[in-house]
Design a protein around this ligand. Sequence first.
Ligand SMILES: NC(=O)c1ccc[n+]([C@@H]2O[C@H](COP(=O)([O-])OP(=O)(O)OC[C@H]3O[C@@H](n4cnc5c(N)ncnc54)[C@H](O)[C@@H]3O)[C@@H](O)[C@H]2O)c1
Ligand SMILES: [Zn+2]
Length: 353
Amino acid sequence: MTEIKISTDKEYTVTIGNGAASFAGKIISAATGSKMALLLSDTTVAPLYGRAVAQSLRSAGIKVYTFTLPSGEQIKNKAMLFDVIDFMFNRDFCRDDLLVTLGGGTVSDLGGLAASLYMRGIKLFHVPTTLLAMVDASVGGKTAIDLPYGKNMVGTFYQPDGVLIDPQFLVSLPQKQVSCGYAEVIKCACLDSKKMFLSLQSGDYDIADVIEECIKIKQDYIEKDEKDVGSRRLLNLGHTYAHALESYSGYRVSHGFAVAIGIANAYRYATQLGKCESKYYTRVCMLLKKFQLPVCSRISGEALYLEALHDKKRRGNTTALVLPSKIGKCSICNADDKMLREFFMTEDKDERV
Ligand SMILES: NC(=O)c1ccc[n+]([C@@H]2O[C@H](COP(=O)([O-])OP(=O)(O)OC[C@H]3O[C@@H](n4cnc5c(N)ncnc54)[C@H](O)[C@@H]3O)[C@@H](O)[C@H]2O)c1
Ligand SMILES: [Zn+2]
């Protein structure tokens, strides 16, 4: 098993290994010292893995309650958040107790927010079961729910006490969700690793190594800029576009698909600006398509631009856009509203799907 130590305001370990889930109780007990846990999962994941993880926690001397959410982005709402908080209050959870998330990024975002708010913060441990949550959502401490007027509108920075990643969970993950995870993997490659980009192109890689590499890339950003005011914003590559698209579509477009379209859009726009050679745009689109990801949306750029005016990352009339100059190199560009509109209006008629 591989361990990555993350040094933020809280220090914690990310453990990665095939079969690591069978040691969940031992690892979680050692990381938190808690005697009582809420195991938070969703209706797809709980029947697959809930019982084994709960049993492992019990074997480590932890009393376990389970709470099963519906599945999908719609769980990231106010009512669900307070259902989880009320559930803990009604079972006398106190500050030493623990919330364990077992699921994708929606479960870890909602569970992380509940853990950070309840009694001003209890212990939190993530056991991600989607590729997207393994490479991205479970590490870095961002938590959130969505509001009708915008994605991730209410949230906190709250680092977990540990993360356990078992790539074997991925055997049951539907192909579309695997693709969604690769959108964030490709984002990491575009930001910082030409080497990983080439491995993804060739297909010659081990998924556990890719997960480790993505976490190490993210680690570097979050350790330098935990609260997302400086260089961490580079991790937002593809996300200004993605959040507008997700929100506008009423979350019918998944996060991973939206990110893929957003990455392609960033390369397309950087090419139009002359910041990036068109060959990189072509290569990125080819890689996204190789992982069955879309590179264009049917929704009008004007509508998405208007949606992006509500993006929580805006400062006054400025939006920080992440624009690439090649594969493995991006920078932040402060865009006024005219530029932001242009960014959403880029179009490649050949790619429109
Ligand atoms: N906090 C962060 O830093 C961060 C980073 C990236 C994304 N996110 C958030 O993560 C969310 C997307 O996460 P996601 O893509 O994991 O979505 P998700 O949590 O909705 O999971 C996708 C689907 O896969 C199912 N599933 C999960 N694990 C499974 C398994 N092993 N086998 C079979 N089915 C399984 C789930 O039940 C769900 O239906 C978005 O809300 C996004 O905003 C947060
Ligand atoms: Zn993302």
